[in-house]
Design a binder for this molecule. Structure first.
Ligand code: DQA
Length: 147
Protein backbone atom coordinates (compact mmCIF):
# COMPACT_ATOMS: atom_id res chain seq x y z
CA UNK A 1 0.00 0.00 0.00
CA UNK A 2 1.27 3.45 -0.97
CA UNK A 3 2.05 5.65 2.03
CA UNK A 4 1.68 9.41 1.72
CA UNK A 5 2.56 12.06 4.27
CA UNK A 6 0.45 15.22 4.21
CA UNK A 7 2.66 17.93 5.69
CA UNK A 8 1.42 21.38 6.65
CA UNK A 9 3.49 24.39 7.62
CA UNK A 10 2.92 27.51 9.70
CA UNK A 11 -0.50 28.90 10.57
CA UNK A 12 -2.36 26.09 8.85
CA UNK A 13 -3.36 24.81 12.29
CA UNK A 14 -5.58 27.92 12.39
CA UNK A 15 -7.64 27.01 9.32
CA UNK A 16 -11.33 27.63 9.92
CA UNK A 17 -10.71 30.75 11.98
CA UNK A 18 -7.84 32.27 10.00
CA UNK A 19 -8.94 34.67 7.23
CA UNK A 20 -11.93 32.54 6.21
CA UNK A 21 -12.52 34.82 3.22
CA UNK A 22 -9.20 33.62 1.81
CA UNK A 23 -8.83 30.12 3.24
CA UNK A 24 -12.44 29.02 3.81
CA UNK A 25 -14.26 27.66 6.84
CA UNK A 26 -12.90 24.13 6.93
CA UNK A 27 -10.51 23.33 9.74
CA UNK A 28 -7.31 21.39 9.11
CA UNK A 29 -8.99 18.42 10.77
CA UNK A 30 -11.94 18.68 8.33
CA UNK A 31 -9.47 18.65 5.44
CA UNK A 32 -7.62 15.68 6.92
CA UNK A 33 -10.88 13.72 7.12
CA UNK A 34 -11.59 14.50 3.43
CA UNK A 35 -8.07 13.49 2.41
CA UNK A 36 -8.22 10.28 4.44
CA UNK A 37 -11.52 9.41 2.71
CA UNK A 38 -10.04 9.88 -0.74
CA UNK A 39 -6.92 7.96 0.30
CA UNK A 40 -9.09 5.01 1.30
CA UNK A 41 -10.70 5.06 -2.20
CA UNK A 42 -7.25 5.10 -3.78
CA UNK A 43 -5.92 2.33 -1.57
CA UNK A 44 -3.34 4.67 -0.05
CA UNK A 45 -2.44 5.24 3.58
CA UNK A 46 -2.09 8.85 4.72
CA UNK A 47 -0.48 10.40 7.77
CA UNK A 48 -0.66 14.03 8.79
CA UNK A 49 1.90 16.37 10.35
CA UNK A 50 1.59 20.12 10.93
CA UNK A 51 4.25 22.36 12.38
CA UNK A 52 4.79 26.07 12.77
CA UNK A 53 8.56 25.55 12.88
CA UNK A 54 10.81 25.36 9.86
CA UNK A 55 13.30 23.03 11.55
CA UNK A 56 10.57 20.55 12.45
CA UNK A 57 9.37 20.56 8.82
CA UNK A 58 12.97 19.95 7.68
CA UNK A 59 13.42 17.08 10.16
CA UNK A 60 10.10 15.60 9.03
CA UNK A 61 11.18 15.74 5.37
CA UNK A 62 14.50 14.10 6.24
CA UNK A 63 12.69 11.26 7.98
CA UNK A 64 10.04 10.87 5.27
CA UNK A 65 12.11 8.72 2.91
CA UNK A 66 12.23 5.80 5.32
CA UNK A 67 8.52 5.79 6.07
CA UNK A 68 6.63 7.30 3.12
CA UNK A 69 6.46 6.97 -0.66
CA UNK A 70 5.45 10.59 -1.30
CA UNK A 71 4.72 13.86 0.49
CA UNK A 72 1.90 16.35 -0.15
CA UNK A 73 3.22 19.60 1.27
CA UNK A 74 1.67 22.99 2.01
CA UNK A 75 4.64 25.04 3.27
CA UNK A 76 2.47 28.10 4.13
CA UNK A 77 4.39 31.37 3.96
CA UNK A 78 7.69 29.44 3.98
CA UNK A 79 6.81 28.74 0.34
CA UNK A 80 8.00 32.15 -0.64
CA UNK A 81 11.43 32.42 0.98
CA UNK A 82 12.57 29.33 2.90
CA UNK A 83 15.63 28.10 1.03
CA UNK A 84 16.56 25.60 3.74
CA UNK A 85 13.16 24.00 3.28
CA UNK A 86 13.63 23.92 -0.47
CA UNK A 87 16.98 22.18 0.04
CA UNK A 88 15.29 19.66 2.34
CA UNK A 89 12.70 18.93 -0.37
CA UNK A 90 15.48 18.54 -2.93
CA UNK A 91 17.34 16.18 -0.59
CA UNK A 92 14.25 14.15 0.33
CA UNK A 93 14.37 10.87 -1.51
CA UNK A 94 10.63 10.89 -2.03
CA UNK A 95 8.56 12.92 -4.50
CA UNK A 96 6.94 16.02 -3.01
CA UNK A 97 3.78 17.68 -4.40
CA UNK A 98 3.31 21.31 -3.31
CA UNK A 99 -0.25 22.36 -2.55
CA UNK A 100 -1.96 25.64 -1.65
CA UNK A 101 -5.53 26.41 -0.73
CA UNK A 102 -5.42 29.84 -2.34
CA UNK A 103 -4.25 30.64 -5.86
CA UNK A 104 -0.85 32.06 -4.94
CA UNK A 105 -0.34 33.26 -8.54
CA UNK A 106 -3.24 35.69 -8.13
CA UNK A 107 -2.36 37.17 -4.75
CA UNK A 108 0.14 39.70 -3.40
CA UNK A 109 3.41 39.96 -5.29
CA UNK A 110 5.42 38.23 -2.55
CA UNK A 111 3.18 35.16 -2.72
CA UNK A 112 3.43 34.71 -6.47
CA UNK A 113 6.68 32.82 -6.45
CA UNK A 114 7.56 29.61 -4.68
CA UNK A 115 11.15 28.77 -3.83
CA UNK A 116 9.95 25.25 -2.96
CA UNK A 117 8.19 24.41 -6.26
CA UNK A 118 11.35 23.86 -8.36
CA UNK A 119 12.32 20.99 -6.03
CA UNK A 120 8.83 19.42 -6.23
CA UNK A 121 7.31 17.17 -8.85
CA UNK A 122 4.55 19.77 -9.29
CA UNK A 123 2.33 22.35 -7.66
CA UNK A 124 -1.44 22.59 -7.16
CA UNK A 125 -2.82 25.94 -6.07
CA UNK A 126 -6.19 27.62 -5.75
CA UNK A 127 -8.75 24.87 -5.20
CA UNK A 128 -9.29 25.25 -1.48
CA UNK A 129 -9.39 21.92 0.40
CA UNK A 130 -9.64 20.16 -2.96
CA UNK A 131 -6.01 21.17 -3.59
CA UNK A 132 -5.05 18.51 -1.02
CA UNK A 133 -7.21 15.87 -2.74
CA UNK A 134 -5.72 16.79 -6.11
CA UNK A 135 -2.27 16.72 -4.53
CA UNK A 136 -2.89 13.23 -3.15
CA UNK A 137 -4.17 12.03 -6.53
CA UNK A 138 -1.15 13.57 -8.24
CA UNK A 139 1.25 11.92 -5.78
CA UNK A 140 -0.37 8.49 -6.13
CA UNK A 141 -0.50 8.82 -9.93
CA UNK A 142 3.12 9.92 -10.06
CA UNK A 143 4.17 6.90 -7.97
CA UNK A 144 2.28 4.45 -10.16
CA UNK A 145 3.87 5.92 -13.29
CA UNK A 146 7.37 5.81 -11.85
CA UNK A 147 7.14 2.18 -10.67
C1 DQA B 1 -0.95 29.18 1.58
C2 DQA B 1 -0.50 30.43 0.81
C3 DQA B 1 0.64 31.13 1.54
O1 DQA B 1 1.00 32.33 0.84
C4 DQA B 1 0.20 31.52 2.93
O2 DQA B 1 1.28 32.12 3.63
C5 DQA B 1 -0.36 30.38 3.69
C6 DQA B 1 -1.29 29.50 3.02
C7 DQA B 1 -2.18 28.52 0.93
O3 DQA B 1 -2.41 27.34 1.23
O4 DQA B 1 -2.90 29.16 0.18
O5 DQA B 1 -0.11 30.21 4.88
O6 DQA B 1 0.13 28.23 1.54
Amino acid sequence: MVKVLVLNGPNLNLLGVREPGVYGNDTLEDIEVMVAGRAADLGARVSFVQSNHEGVLIDTLHAAAGSFDAVVFNPGAYTHYAYALRDAVAAAQVPVVEVHLSNIAGREEFRRSSVIAPACVGQISGFGPRSYILGLEAAVGHLSESR
